[in-house]
Each structure stands twice: as C-alpha cells, then as structure tokens.
Design a binder for this molecule. Structure first.
Ligand SMILES: Cc1ncc(COP(=O)(O)O)c(C=O)c1O
Length: 476
C-alpha cells in the first residue's frame, strides 16, 4: 500500500517520486505501463494534484517516464543498453577520402521542408538565444550606425578579438587579441589551418570516428586521411597515435580537443598535454577543433591544447555555431606560429567575416549574456540527452549500443554488424526524419552500422515520436 509520511522532512512531491521509483525498480510498474492519473494518485495518497503533477514532471525530467498528450504519463525503459564499444585496433593506412556524395545527401535531407532534423548537430537550438541576440543586435546597430554595414578588418573586429582573448585568459592562457583571427565559422578556421600546414597529397591524421566536415575538407584539398582509434569514453587513443607517428609520415593532425563528434567523449588537461608533447616531439602540427569546448554538461572547461604547446605548433579553432548562432557564421582561429600564412589566406578567400555579427557577439559576451545563456543551455542539453537515450532504450532493438556523451548534442548508436546505415538513412528520410549515417564519419567506411542522432532541439512530442519511428524502422 503506497503512502506518504508527513512526519518526514522530505517534500511531499519527492516522496511521491520515491514511491513511483520503488514501484518501477521492483517491476510492479513496467516499461510501457501508464502511471495512475493525477487525480487518482492524489486521492490515494491524500496529497494535492499539483504535488503529484510536480512529481510526474520531475520523473519525466529524469527520464523515467514520458508524458503523452491527452493520454497521461508512461514508464520508460531504463537505460539498459550497452555502451558503444571502443574501436577494434586496425592497422590503418592513409586513404583518399570520398564521403562527399553521402554527406551531400545528408545535408539536402536536413533542409527538406517538414523533416525532423535529427541528422544535424545543432545544440544551440535546444534553447535558442535568438531573442537576446536580436536585442543585442538592435543596440549595436543604433550605436554603430553606418559603420555596422561596413567591412570588418581581415583579422576580425577588435572588440570581438578582445572578448575572445579575455575568455582564454579566464582559462589560464595568455592570448593577445591580435593573435585571434575571426573566421566564417569553425569550418573556415579548419580550412585556413589545414591550408597553412599541409599540401595536396599530405597525410592528415584524424580521430576515428571523426566529424564529417573535416573529412570533406581533406577530400577537397586532395590530402589523405589516416584514422586514429578514439575511445567512446576517454577520447583519442595516444598509444595508437604514437604507433602511427612511428610508421607514417604524418603532416598534420585534426583532432577535437574537448568533445569528439560523434562520440561525445571528453578528454582532460592531462590527456591534452600528453597529446601536444607527443606531437611536438615529432614536429607535427595539431589543429584542435574546440567547437564543443563550452558544451560539456558539467560545465567543466579544460585548457585548450594550445596552452601546452612549446613550439607554437598548435592551431586552435572555435566557433559560436554550437553555442549560440550557427547562422551568424562566426568562428575563430588561434593560428600559433602560422598567423601570417593564415591572414594572407583569409584575405584571399573571404577578406573578412560579417561585422554586424561580430559586433553583436562581442557585446553579447561583454555583457555576460553569453555565459548566462551557456548556464541555461547545458542542463537542457543534458536532459534532452537522457530523454533521447531512454527512448532509444525503449524503442530500438535491444542489442543497440549507445554512447554516453559528456556534452554536445548527439548520440552515437552502434547497431548489429550487418546494419546498413546508408539504406537506413534513406528509409528514415522517406518517413520524414533525417539521421546522420555512420558511414560519413570514417574515410575507411568503419562505421557503416552506426547512426548519429541529434538531441539539439527543443524537446517535444514531435521529436519523441520521431525517435519511436526510428526505432521501429531499425527493428524491421
Ligand atoms: C566537430 C565540428 N567542427 C566544426 C564544425 C563546423 O562548425 P561551424 O558551423 O562553426 O563552421 C562542426 C559543425 O557541425 C563540428 O561538429
């Protein structure tokens, strides 16, 4: 017989949560079961309806139940799926990259009207900052008047360079504003960096799995990619990298320094320091893609790899795309000792980046709104992650393995070895849902049986229903 104890110090809603959890843990309530209606449980426990409602909503936030419109609250499966496995040690050879066609289809799919875009990693959309940014932009336009429609300097608007330099100062590194080059998103920062350190035909080491945009860049520059195993929890495998450095003539590395996309694995300062020491002992430049640095769920923000560099061989790329506004196309590069080459290239390729967006973001950072926004965004992403993982556990085949991201906005799912994610991508798109097929995250086609799903969206029934549909499609 369920009952609350009014003599206890715990809030009543917390006691209701504990009672429901006990019922779930004991198996009395099973996945798919409907919780008692608010009215019925309130009457049975002699508590108010708002108390039960608060408890149910908290249980939903914790990923134990989900609400279905006009129907009630239902028990979700516990996250019982095994973790995605560390990659098998493969003896890699550098390969030409040819992922463009599939990547093109994925991006076409994302932008089709009406499609649920689970194929794009767009964390900022989980809690859009549009209103605050528009307010800031209005202020900036009023103040800057004609200047706001002019060209920005090649290296960037000094106010934004300063704000970015301050931020690095907070992280414990001395970066001067003139050492920051503002770019058109992180993608241009990576392109400038790669152009500055390597040539056509050179071998570039990448994580395995790695972000498809890095592979497209390597493909478009006629370079070769060498995959380095990356662990789903601990990040790039340094032993595998050391082995590869001994075997191959690697011209440069492009690694995500903080959070890997698609794995969501995070590394700590110690790992980054050992990485930089290893690479600089071989005189190999590191391009660190730090685009997810501010989006660890726990808010911990390690030092960029560049801070451990003694030879100036680390180039750090970042962006506002994942945190606030992908459409502004504002990123940056700290080019280390390659600043001159990078500035020449930037001038030749795009001259400079949008001034109004730079002024707006500088003000957004300077006023403290950027940090406030991040503090609100991270818990939303974490909650979305838990909700999506719970739905995957409930609706995907039982042997689906799942990543446990430390931040960012994507889940990486490992299906059975005969699963064809390219065909699945097409079937999902036919059902109005875009997913990212695993094949685009490896030049050697190692992840054909993986799928990446994005939880960087405002949570809602449409999203939850899309995950259920994907589960059904994966089961047939
Ligand atoms: C790991 C990684 N690096 C870089 C980018 C590109 O960022 P931006 O939109 O700022 O060009 C992305 C975008 O998906 C990404 O996931």
């Amino acid at each position: 017989m369920l009952a609350v104890d009014r003599r206890k110090n715990d809030f009543l809603y917390q006691q209701v949560i504990d009672l429901i959890r006990m019922e779930i843990d004991s198996g009395a309530l099973r996945p798919g079961d409907r919780l008692p209606s608010l009215r019925r449980l309130a009457k049975n426990l002699d508590v108010s309806i708002p108390t039960v409602k608060q408890a149910y909503e908290e249980l939903e936030r914790q990923g134990h139940v989900e609400s279905r419109p006009q129907s009630g609250f239902y028990v979700l499966a516990r996250i019982r799926n095994a973790l995605v496995r560390p990659p098998a040690r493969a003896s890699s050879e550098p390969v030409e990259v040819s992922c463009r066609n599939l990547v093109e289809q994925v991006y076409d799919g994302i932008h089709q009207p009406g499609v649920v875009p689970l194929g794009i990693a767009n964390p900022s959309m989980a809690r859009p900052a549009a209103k605050a940014l528009h307010r800031t932009m209005k202020r900036v336009m009023a103040r800057a008047e004609q200047r706001s429609v002019g060209y920005a300097p090649v290296a960037g608007e000094p106010g934004l360079q300063r704000q970015l330099a301050f931020r690095y100062l907070d992280l414990g590194g001395a970066v001067r504003p003139q050492e920051v080059v503002v770019t058109n998103g992180c993608q241009e920062a990576l392109a400038l960096a790669l152009n500055a350190v390597a040539r056509r035909g050179d071998v570039v080491a990448v994580e395995s799995p790695t972000y498809s945009g890095t592979l497209e860049l390597i493909e478009s520059l006629g370079m070769l990619a060498l995959e380095i195993e990356t662990c789903p929890t601990e990040g790039l495998c340094l032993d595998a990298l050391e082995h590869a450095l001994g075997q191959q003539s690697i011209r440069a590395c492009v690694f995500s320094s903080s959070l890997n996309n698609p794995l969501g694995s995070a590394t700590d300062d110690d790992h980054r320091q050992r990485l930089v020491e290893l690479l600089e002992s071989y005189r190999v430049p590191l391009i660190e893609d730090d685009v997810y640095g501010d989006l660890r769920f726990d808010g911990r923000r390690g030092k960029p790899a560049q801070f451990f560099s003694r030879r100036g061989l680390v180039l750090t790329a970042g962006s506002f795309s994942k945190t606030v506004a992908p459409g502004y196309r504002i990123g940056w590069l700290l080019p280390g000792r390659f600043t001159d080459q990078v500035l020449k290239l930037k001038r030749a390729l795009s001259y400079s980046s949008g001034l109004l967006q730079q002024l707006t973001l500088a003000e957004f950072m300077g006023s403290g709104e950027y940090d406030r926004h991040l503090r609100q965004l991270r818990p939303v992403l974490k909650l979305n992650c838990e909700r999506m993982a719970a739905l995957v556990a409930e609706h995907f085949p039982a042997n689906t393995r799942i990543s446990q991201p430390a931040g960012g906005s994507v889940l990486w799912l490992e299906m059975t070895s005969n699963f064809d994610s390219a065909a699945y991508f097409q079937r999902a798109l036919d059902a109005g849902i875009s997913v990212a097929p695993g094949a685009i995250f490896s030049p050697g086609n190692r992840y054909r049986h993986f799928v990446r799903l994005s939880f960087g969206h405002p949570w809602g029934d449409r999203l939850a229903q899309a995950v259920r549909t994907l589960g059904e499609l994966a089961s047939t």
